[in-house]
Write a new protein. Structure first.
Length: 534
């Protein structure tokens, strides 16, 4: 894609690409470099697990407020088009560590174990004289490499009284995961003696399933009606079978006990395997709580559980109730994330570190908050393809909004570039420094390539790959299906109308297939059979 000598865009050309007028630029909104070369920034890379942009107020959330993430965005650049290459946890993490697609870094799905001997950005930072540390969710199975210090949750981790693996030593601690992970990170920063700059990964478990809020947030939203997304009752009419055959529907696939927090009957008439599993899940969840936490938990849900039991809801009303219970717990977990980000930002301000620290906020992928009737992620549709992305670095980046396409593939090269460390040529992402500095390369990407592999597996989302441009999205589902979908995002923001077979779009299909092939070649992902089961 890149010519040997990428030419620089003039500022005027760049303004055209961004689609904003010169007056608006002059007023505010322009991210450009303030100069001061030679200073090495600290890096603080904050990431959550499954935090959808739809639940961030600076992204226009209709359902909650995130004052601290907004505060970060006010001082930095908020990307409106940031995408992952493979919308699931382990794979997204492996991509951002290596700057390479899943088929090259080896983690195509959550079953994969990360080969920690390969090149990663923390190792390169370490080698360049940075002090590196990792806190919280890791999920890559092998022990972390490239960190002077690490303290992680095993696997998915637990919300309450979680186990931690502190440099290889496992121990259970009392408290709430989002607070404890933040405490660990701040504690490490405060105790640090080194004169080296730091590169810290602060990675939360929240707001991942099963959405267990901290007791202090249990009554939040109690009296609020959270609006249903417009597409909640999507009938998938124009789509391929992939959307119909998934198992991530709020109405059908959430568990009454562990997901929706309804205690099972003590003396059940129903002794089916489903009911037994429901009770097991419940016992495992409640079994971790201490007496005070249990009491808060029971009190927190008692009134609404009682009302639910009396109401005997069915059909669409029951689906609506499930959505309300799901979304409120999700948003309560987000509230704790936001509070804790506030603590971190306060610390940076109080110590004067804010000025020379590049702070990133993102999530490992997007998430469905009831859109199309779903929870979870995986599909290449907007809600799970897009990641929130905010980058603040007061010393070199002017605050604003960025509409150019970014990817999780770009994180590693961007961090390295900002730190003045050479970006290895085998990284497939591109540094965002240029577009953040108003010094954008002429050949900035106009399309992104996506590939999801985890099938057959939990949630039954079929294997697919595709291309997204500023206007269109073409998706090919494969393996036990051979189906194409095309969406015109300019007229169909919610991707409800698959126009793949519409003759008016025949030319567009041809062009996008050519672009898809070009991207598959460019990234070296041309063999569809390579990662099939068996
Ligand atoms: C768990 C969840 C799934 C989720 C995966 C992957 N089930 O298996 O709903 O899709 O994690 O999530 S649960 O019953 O165990 O909560 S990921 O973000 O780690 O990829
Ligand atoms: Ca995730």
């Amino acid at each position: 894609m890149s010519p040997a000598n990428p030419t620089k865009k003039s500022r005027r050309d760049f303004i055209k690409v961004m689609g904003v007028g010169a007056a608006a630029i002059a007023a505010t909104n322009w991210p450009f470099s303030l100069g001061r070369p030679g200073t090495r920034p600290n890096i603080l890379f904050i990431m959550t697990d499954d935090h959808a942009y739809q639940a961030i107020s600076c992204y226009g959330s209709r359902i909650n407020q995130t004052p601290n993430i907004d505060r970060l965005a006010r001082g930095g650049v908020r990307f409106t088009q940031s995408f992952c290459t493979n919308s699931i946890c382990g794979p997204s993490r492996a991509v951002l560590l290596t700057g390479k697609y899943s088929h090259l870094n080896g983690v195509i799905d959550n079953k994969g174990t990360f080969d920690g001997s390969q090149q990663t950005f923390p190792k390169l930072f370490q080698g360049a004289g940075y002090e590196t540390a990792l806190f919280g969710k890791w999920h890559l199975k092998s022990d972390p490499t490239g960190f002077d210090y690490w303290n992680i949750l095993p696997g998915q981790g637990q919300y309450y009284n979680p186990d931690f693996i502190d440099m290889g030593v496992r121990k259970r601690r009392t408290g709430y995961a989002t607070d404890l992970i933040t405490d660990d990170c701040l504690g490490w920063l405060k105790k640090r003696k080194s004169q080296k700059p730091f590169c810290v990964l602060l990675h939360h478990k929240a707001p991942h399933r099963n959405w267990m809020p901290d007791s202090k947030h249990l009554s939040m939203y109690e009296e609020t009606d959270v609006p249903l997304p417009e597409t909640f009752f999507d009938d998938y009419a124009t789509r391929s079978d992939a959307a119909r055959q998934q198992k991530m529907s709020i109405a059908d696939d959430l568990r009454m006990a562990s997901d929706l927090k309804l205690p099972p009957d003590d003396t059940p008439e129903d002794d089916t395997p489903g009911e037994k599993a429901n009770r097991q899940d419940w016992n495992a969840m409640v079994g971790r709580l201490d007496e005070n936490q249990k009491k808060a938990w029971e009190e927190g849900y008692a009134r609404s559980n009682e009302a639910f039991r009396k109401s005997e809801l069915k059909g669409k009303d029951l689906a609506r109730w499930k959505y309300e219970r799901y979304i409120k717990d999700y948003l309560r977990c987000v509230a704790s994330v936001d509070d804790n980000i506030g603590r971190v930002l306060d610390y940076l301000d109080e110590t004067g570190l804010a000025e020379n620290t590049l702070v990133v906020y993102t999530s490992d992928q997007g998430f469905y908050l009831g859109e199309h009737g779903w929870f979870d992620k995986r599909f290449m549709y907007e809600e799970s393809l897009r990641m929130p992305l905010i980058i603040r670095y007061p010393q070199a980046i002017r605050p604003g909004v960025m509409n150019e396409m970014a990817m999780n593939l770009d994180f590693a090269p961007s961090f390295l570039d900002f730190a003045g460390i050479l970006v290895p040529p085998d990284m497939q992402g591109r540094s965002l420094k240029g577009i953040l500095s108003g010094d954008a390369p002429n050949d900035w990407r106009q399309s992104i390539y996506y590939h999801y592999y985890e099938y057959p597996a939990e949630h039954s989302v079929k294997r697919h790959y595709g291309v997204r441009t500023n206007r269109y999205k073409l998706i090919h589902f494969y393996y036990d299906i051979d189906a194409w979908e095309l969406y015109d995002l300019e007229v169909d923001l919610h991707e409800l109308n698959n126009v793949y077979n519409d003759p008016l779009y025949a030319g567009t299909v041809r062009e996008l297939k050519t672009e898809l092939e070009r991207l598959r070649k460019q990234y070296g992902d041309t063999d569809e059979k390579k990662f099939l089961p068996g």
